[in-house]
Design a protein around this ligand. Structure first.
Ligand SMILES: NC(=O)c1ccc[n+]([C@@H]2O[C@H](COP(=O)([O-])OP(=O)(O)OC[C@H]3O[C@@H](n4cnc5c(N)ncnc54)[C@H](O)[C@@H]3O)[C@@H](O)[C@H]2O)c1
Ligand SMILES: [Zn+2]
Length: 364
């Protein structure tokens, strides 16, 4: 199909491709029919997204001659990325008589693609999984790379598995219904991807941010494709997260600490935006970059409508959150810091006063 962008993702032994095209949601049925799967599909979808977009998925499956799919609706929100939700999915799919080759489709934001992917990884020792991400964050980040899982009371994403989808089907048109704050949250990960790997993409985004955030669907399709390619390349280089995949955590060590210190008043994307600003500050203090790149990132973050300073988090509380982080207790804290725009490196030698100063630099 003419307007489809296809990005192969080779991770370990499994083959996956991401397909990005406006209107793709209407072609989900033909894509499944083209595979060698049983003609009855299972769909896990969050209740918000079900109201908005499930009917088109259903119609596309019916249009391709597929049977009425098994549909499991799950309650939306990070709090439901839980064992209880997973258990409800297991119950519904086993009661419906799924088989080893029943394709499971996860339709929703990252919360849904994570929990649906984990259900697919574990049911009958693995069902073919198709991710249909509907938030910008899920399209460029959560649905790419094969990490699936749920939260536990002891922490986020503590239970999970690597399970590559057969395909990630991205229809940028569904972003028309995404709340603006969610779009901005995804944009923080987009900025992160360009910062760690692609200086030219960063410069193009600088020139086009106002149009992108309007939002312009054609521009978004192009940016989503570039970002999937960046994440896919990192994942291919390090499928099981042994080394360079850590670069994807740029802005996240500071960001997670600020997110916790704000008691989640800051969204993940807002916290990552602040965390990237803090990382630039730390890199400047360490003499790795000068003020130029730091200012460029700050301006791009602001142009996306994301915060560059906050009064929602106390820097001392953020420091305490970092210290309480289990990774910190077991070893030295490692930061992903910029060498320039488009390139980052892992540093395990950041002095505590630089960390404190970086956090203070983004707190009012
Ligand atoms: N597996 C990974 O590698 C990975 C990477 C990054 C993030 N994640 C996970 O992703 C999750 C965050 O993803 P998210 O930000 O998409 O959150 P989310 O799935 O909770 O979606 C955010 C909100 O947007 C709504 N929504 C989604 N698509 C919509 C649409 N098209 N129209 C209207 N509303 C829509 C959802 O119902 C929800 O209320 C977290 O659980 C995080 O741990 C996973
Ligand atoms: Zn993130």
């Amino acid at each position: 199909v003419a307007n489809e962008r296809v990005i192969p993702i080779r991770a370990g032994a499994s083959h996956c491709e991401a397909v990005i095209a406006p209107g793709l949601i209407d072609r989900v049925g033909t894509r499944l029919a083209a595979g060698l799967f049983a003609d009855r599909a299972a769909i896990v979808v969050d209740a918000n997204v079900a109201v908005l977009h499930l009917e088109r998925v259903r119609r596309s499956i019916a249009g391709a001659g597929g049977q009425e799919p098994i549909v499991v609706e799950i309650p939306p929100g990070e709090g439901h990325k839980s064992l209880a939700t997973l258990s409800a999915i297991y119950d519904a799919l086993l009661a419906a008589g799924i088989e080893r080759n029943t394709p499971l489709l996860g339709v929703g934001g990252g919360m849904t693609t994570d929990v649906a992917g984990f259900a697919a990884a574990t049911l009958l020792r693995g069902l073919p999984y198709f991710a249909i991400p509907t938030s910008l964050l899920a399209m460029v980040d959560a649905a790419i790379g094969g990490k699936t899982g749920i939260n536990h009371a002891a922490g986020k994403n503590l239970i999970g598995a690597f399970h590559q989808p057969r395909a990630v089907l991205v229809d940028p048109e569904v972003l028309a219904t995404l709340p603006a704050r969610e779009l901005r949250s995804g944009m923080a990960e987009v900025i992160k991807h360009y910062m760690i790997r692609d200086a030219e993409g960063f410069a193009r985004l600088e020139a086009r941010m106002p149009e992108v955030m309007r939002p312009d669907p054609a521009l978004l399709a192009e940016i989503i494709a570039e970002n999937i390619a960046i994440k896919a390349a990192v994942v291919e280089a390090d499928p099981f997260e042994r080394d360079v995949r850590a670069h994807l955590n740029f802005g996240h060590t500071f960001g997670h600490a600020l997110e916790q210190a704000s008691r989640y008043a800051l969204s993940h994307g807002e916290a990552v935006a602040l965390g990237m600003c803090a990382a630039m500050n730390a890199a400047e203090e360490l003499g790795m970059i000068d003020a130029g790149p730091r200012e460029r990132l700050r301006r791009l973050v602001a142009a996306a409508g994301l915060p560059t300073r906050t009064d929602q988090a106390d820097p001392e509380a953020a420091l305490a959150a970092m210290r309480a982080d289990k990774k910190v207790v077991s070893g030295r804290l490692r930061f992903i810091l910029p060498e320039r725009i488009g390139s980052v490196t892992i540093r395990g030698d950041v002095p505590p006063e630089v960390v404190r100063g970086a956090l203070a630099s983004v707190c009012v």
